[in-house]
Design a protein around this ligand. Structure first.
Ligand code: CTP
Length: 401
């Protein structure tokens, strides 16, 4: 999904401690194919140097209305402004909200905002008291009345270490808001998605465990793609070597019983989960009584007692109305086994992949899958990168095939 490709964006950075987060926003916009020119206020320059933004955007940064030296970028260089598709003010301080709401044009960014008629998104970041200040509230109301988009800041710990509403909105929220400007339909907007990924670990003693080769890549790819489609994503992950997915509610677990506990929390809390993707390679057998102390190498054989693990996805089917998607990893009789699992576990979909195919299944960056639905449809997605497979699977499921 690339509706930001070749869009011309003006990114206005104003003076908040969150100014550094605009670098990440710029990076993602560029990755999505947008051309971005950055303008910064003098106070933004106190927080982040213009070099970072010019390097990331590949354009000179606009910092002054009247450049003192020839060749410096000033408003006469804002030829972009004429062809601009959208403006993002991120982070937006209380100051710039107030100025933009009242038509004040006394510095680079406020002047630009006063001349740009393109769709404009403000992503505020400030102290919670400033956000609740009557003047800020009035400014936000006025901007919204004028058709501008003002994203609500997030709640959480602020730079001042106070808790409250005022945190810079996350990158995906800003990007999704921009996509909406370009009329991109976000089919998973307001949908809650729960994904499990990676292996589980069953402890034998304090230093040893039994696990499997799942890398977590398929589940993490689904989390990223679902986020792109506007979903609220919770990812319950076993131990993997992948960076956490930004803007996703990440929950790290180790054992099957940990995963069961977290799943139950999410089902019981009535999070109104719409889809559950059970991608994790959950243990089939767990060790009910791990040794408290390290097992010493003294006996010639070692017996470990396993007991059958609870079938987590099967347990969920009676507890939730969410669509349940299982992942079957097979080595033989794939279609037959996968369909049996779909029916025994009461699933809406099952995604079959093979552990014994080159470049597919565990640990690889690619996969070949076949998805079956309870309704009887079947679709194969040929060998491709896991992120693309994830996007195709979501498309199939969202469209209720
Ligand atoms: N699953 C689960 N709980 C388990 C084992 C598996 O929720 N204890 C889920 C997996 O996350 C997956 C689906 O069931 O979505 C199918 O997993 P798979 O390992 O292929 O099936 P099993 O039921 O474990 O059958 P087998 O290992 O015998 O093939």
């Amino acid at each position: 999904m690339n509706n930001l490709k070749d869009k011309n964006i003006l990114l206005c950075v104003t003076g908040s401690i969150a100014a550094y987060k605009a670098c990440d926003l710029l990076r993602v916009l560029r990755k999505e194919g947008a051309n971005v020119q950055v303008a910064m206020t003098q106070s933004a320059l106190q927080f982040v140097g213009e070099t970072s933004f010019s390097a990331l955007s590949n354009y000179d940064v606009i910092t002054q209305i009247f450049p003192s030296k020839e060749g410096e970028t000033g408003l006469e260089h804002v030829n972009l402004a004429i062809e601009l598709d959208a403006v993002i003010v991120a982070p937006a301080t209380a100051n710039i909200l107030g100025k933009a709401a009242n038509g004040v044009a006394d510095d680079t960014v406020s002047t630009l905002l006063s001349i740009c008629e393109q769709p404009t998104i403000f992503a505020p970041a400030m102290n919670f008291r400033m956000w609740q200040n009557k003047s800020t509230i009035d400014a936000v109301d006025a901007l919204r009345k004028h058709g501008k988009i003002v994203i609500n800041p997030e709640e959480g710990q602020l730079a001042s270490l106070h808790e409250g509403e005022g945190r810079f909105p996350n990158t995906h929220t800003i990007i999704n808001s921009l996509r909406e400007v370009f009329d991109q339909h976000l089919p998973l907007k307001n949908k809650n998605i729960l994904i499990t990924a990676g292996p589980t670990r069953e402890h034998i003693d304090p230093v040893r465990f039994i696990s499997n080769r799942s890398s977590g890549k398929m589940g993490y790819s689904l989390a990223v793609q679902a986020k792109y489609l506007g979903a609220n994503v919770t990812l319950i992950s076993g131990p993997v070597h992948i960076d956490p997915v930004p803007d996703v509610n990440m929950i790290n677990v180790e054992s099957t019983l940990d995963m069961q506990r977290e799943l139950n929390i999410y089902i019981n809390r009535e999070h109104n989960i719409d889809y559950i993707f059970m991608v994790a390679a959950v243990a089939d057998y767990i060790i009910p009584n791990p040794q408290e102390n390290k097992i010493k190498r003294k006996d010639s054989t070692l017996n470990i007692k396993f007991s059958k693990a609870p079938d987590l996805i099967q347990e969920l089917s009676s507890k939730t109305d969410a669509k349940l998607i299982g992942f079957a990893l097979e080595t033989e009789d794939g279609e037959k086994n996968a369909k049996e699992k779909m029916s025994n576990k009461n699933l809406d979909y099952i995604v079959l992949n093979y552990a014994n195919e080159p470049n597919a299944g565990f640990e690889t960056n690619t996969n070949r899958v076949i998805i079956f639905s309870k309704k009887g449809s079947k679709k194969e997605f040929k060998l491709d990168r896991k992120d693309r497979i994830a996007a195709k699977l979501l498309d199939f499921i969202i469209n209720n095939k």
